[in-house]
Design a protein around this ligand. Structure first.
Ligand code: NAP
Length: 301
């Protein structure tokens, strides 16, 4: 990772210390919603920290940010490793951490409609979607808190959960559980972080066109583009909203489902049947390596 030297054209509007320009961090910026967020957030002079594991995806995201006049700081990091905190220590010396979009995530489903998710997929989903995201949020929030001086602009955290966390389905039971966990975590930490000038928004999209949803073989009602999802997410995070569930039909369903009779909900939910194709990015032999010590750092630039 190479951190560029300071210069006069940096965007300092979001920074409480003019010597430290603002940095907006996006995890999972190598494609899909994360790439769309990078494109949406990029503006002249603003530094965007792009985090993901795929080198080519990071290069694409950096090019998209720079094409809009933004400054990309791309770091090849697996958010489930300590490399993310090491990187944060470096960037928080040079930048004001003004926002985090905790977007990195994985999906997986059972191998057949009669099975449940495998132990390896369960471990992988919980480790990335739940532990990895919670640890990213905690690590960024601690550094935001340490940096903040009064009066300072509000700092923003957006946690990308899913409508599946509100309306779980049999084909995505573990995935849904990880997203429900993120929703609970966001609501839990919000009051405490608000006292430190940090807003927490939990983002619950339904179907969004992306490499992840391309592996979801089944009906995808009201599917929206990654760009449209990014617009809704950025608006909600910048406004400091508690929650954004979209599109509207899913927001209505999610709010009404807890009041409906259980038998009706149980009868309706399986109609969203889908087959989740395996993620080609899952490294072969992952399950055999779960018990090995974690790599210290994958970080390159
Ligand atoms: N698409 C939908 O319909 C939909 C709906 C609701 C919620 N969501 C949520 O939206 C988020 C983005 O999903 P997407 O649809 O854009 O999927 P995607 O195209 O598969 O993107 C997922 C991103 O997460 C990154 N990632 C995964 N594991 C990581 C790790 N350990 N460390 C760092 N980065 C990691 C991936 O990058 P690398 O592979 O380069 O690491 C990739 O950039 C996810 O949290 C997903 O659950 C998606």
């Amino acid at each position: 990772m190479t951190i560029p030297p300071a210069d006069a054209s940096e965007d300092t509007t979001l920074a409480d210390d003019p010597a430290k320009p603002a940095l907006v961090i996006i995890t999972g910026a190598t494609g899909g919603i994360g790439l769309a967020l990078a494109e949406r957030l990029a503006r002249p002079g603003l530094h965007i920290g792009l985090v993901g594991r795929d080198k080519d995806g990071l290069a694409r995201a950096a090019a998209a940010v720079e094409a809009r006049g933004g400054r990309a700081i791309s770091s090849r990091i697996d958010i489930t490793t300590p490399a993310f905190e090491h990187w944060l220590d470096t960037v928080s010396e040079r930048f004001t951490l003004s926002a985090l979009y905790a977007n990195a995530g994985l999906s997986a489903g059972p191998a057949s409609p009669r099975e449940l998710e495998s132990a390896a997929d369960t471990e992988r989903l919980v480790r990335t979607n739940l532990l990895g995201t919670i640890n990213s949020v905690r690590a960024v929030a601690e550094r935001m808190r340490a940096q903040s001086r009064a009066p300072a602009p509000m700092r923003r955290i957006g946690i990308v959960a899913s409508v599946a966390g509100l309306l779980p389905t049999p084909d995505l039971a573990v995935y849904s559980a990880t997203k429900a966990g993120l929703i609970a975590y966001a609501h839990g930490v919000r009051p405490r972080l608000k006292r430190n000038g940090i807003s927490v928004t939990v983002l619950c999209p339904a179907f969004v066109t992306s490499p992840m949803s391309a592996r979801h073989q089944g009906a995808k009602p009201f599917e929206i583009s990654a760009d449209k999802a990014a617009i809704k997410m950025v608006r909600a995070v910048e406004a400091g909203r508690r929650t954004a569930v979209f599109p509207l039909p899913f927001a209505l369903l999610a709010y009404l489902a807890p009041f409906g009779p259980g038998w009706l909900v149980d009868a309706l939910v399986p109609t969203f049947h889908a087959e989740i194709q395996p993620d080609p990015r899952v490294e072969p032999g992952f399950s055999q390596r779960l018990d090995r010590p974690r790599a210290e750092s994958d970080e390159t630039d």
